[in-house]
Write a protein that binds this ligand. Structure first.
Ligand code: SF4
Length: 372
């Protein structure tokens, strides 16, 4: 069977920068948006096309700020260049302040069938504290408009560990998100990344113990509400896991478009510089500068397999590992068995995975298992 590919398209534009944001995105670069759409299509023409694609993900940045007309034209350009399968998952990210009912209907009609909405919190004071450009009421309006537009696959993003957040406040956000009945939820722990305003002003964030309590509480509550944790930070109703993100975690091929986007294709890994101006210049010339471009050899694939699969509830399995890497699974199984005694790992149908408590220590545990 012909192998399918996933397509990631990066939209590096935002209305304003959130205080914690470390993604490659620019505020106030609206005059570049039209040229950017043309540049993306030129990058597609400079890369392999005519491939069967079963996931398309337009992320950012804030795709909804880029606007429905440009997004629809972009998707049309994708349809002209790739064989997007009939059942493909086609996601667009949006912020609640930059969607309209008409715009969402337009996106749905054009073929987008999954909407990922940046909710982050149900409390206005928390949203303000990190410079989010919307309030909680806008989230509710956006969800209603998305449903009316026909989006039946909706994801909400939440952040835990916001400044001053305790369990009672976090519960408000989780309960509010669950009440909106999305098919999928992502919960990310806030990190103050160097160079961000949040880091520079040394904002007081909940300590690691509090963050761990918030995380574990959310895992239990969401499982109770019918969302299965299928990845460290991701929860879904059965069958509503993000198929595009699963590609990354399972080491399946994908192509990335736009500054900062990564690709893993044809045994090579490459990315483009985080530089919009340079990208637009490259598009004029028709050749694109790559930041890194390397063949991925077996030891690196093994490292990645372990790092990425241990983020997933589906975990790792003896035959799969031994066949892929020609190495014995026994030393790994010894690690898992020791972790199981500490409540950090579990075995289900022959597959070993970390428990939520194990996910909290995943960096350390993955480091340990990579030594084996
Ligand atoms: S909307 Fe998203 S990408 Fe844009 S600044 Fe905020 S966190 Fe970053």
């Amino acid at each position: 069977m012909e192998q399918t590919v996933g397509l990631y398209i990066h939209i590096p534009f935002c209305r304003s920068k959130c205080d914690y944001c470390d993604f490659y995105s620019l505020a106030g670069a609206g005059d570049q948006m039209d040229a950017y759409g043309r540049a993306l299509l030129r990058q597609m023409d400079a890369m392999p096309t005519d491939l069967p694609a079963d996931t398309v993900y337009v992320g950012g940045g804030t795709p909804s700020w880029y606007g429905p007309d440009r997004l629809c034209a972009l998707l049309e350009g994708v349809f002209q260049r790739y064989r997007v399968t009939a059942e493909a998952e086609i996601t667009v990210e949006a912020n609640p302040d930059s969607v309209t009912a008409a715009g969402l209907r337009q996106l749905r009609r054009a073929g987008f069938n999954r909407l990922s909405l940046g909710m982050q919190s149900a409390r206005d004071d928390e949203l303000r504290s990190v410079g989010r450009p919307h309030d909680a009421a806008a989230v509710v309006r956006a969800v209603e408009a998305a449903r009316e537009a026909g989006f039946d696959n909706l994801s909400l993003d939440l952040i835990y560990g916001l400044p001053g957040q305790d369990l009672a406040r976090w519960r408000e956000s989780v309960e509010a998100a669950a009440a909106l009945a999305p098919e999928h939820l992502s919960c990310y722990g806030l990190q103050a990344e160097p160079g961000t305003p949040l880091y520079e002003r040394r904002a007081a964030l909940p300590d690691d113990d509090v963050q761990a309590d918030l995380y574990l509480w959310a895992v239990r509550r969401l499982e109770q509400a019918g969302y299965r944790q299928y990845e460290i930070s991701n929860f879904a109703r059965p069958g509503r896991e993000s198929r595009h993100n699963l590609r990354y975690w399972r080491g399946q091929p994908y192509l990335g478009f736009g500054p900062g986007a990564h690709s893993d294709f044809g045994g090579r890994r490459f990315s483009l510089p985080r530089d919009l101006e340079g990208y637009l210049r490259d598009a004029e010339r028709g050749t694109f500068t790559l930041d890194e471009d390397e063949a991925v050899e077996a030891p690196e694939r093994r490292r990645e397999y372990l790092m990425l699969r241990l983020r997933l509830r589906e975990g790792v399995e003896r035959n799969e590992y031994e066949t892929a890497f020609g190495m014995p699974f026994d030393p790994l199984e010894a690690c898992f068995a020791a972790w199981r005694r500490q409540g950090l790992a579990a075995e289900e149908n022959g597959r070993w995975h970390l428990t939520p408590e194990g996910f909290l220590l995943s960096n350390r545990l993955i480091g340990e298992i990579l030594e084996e």
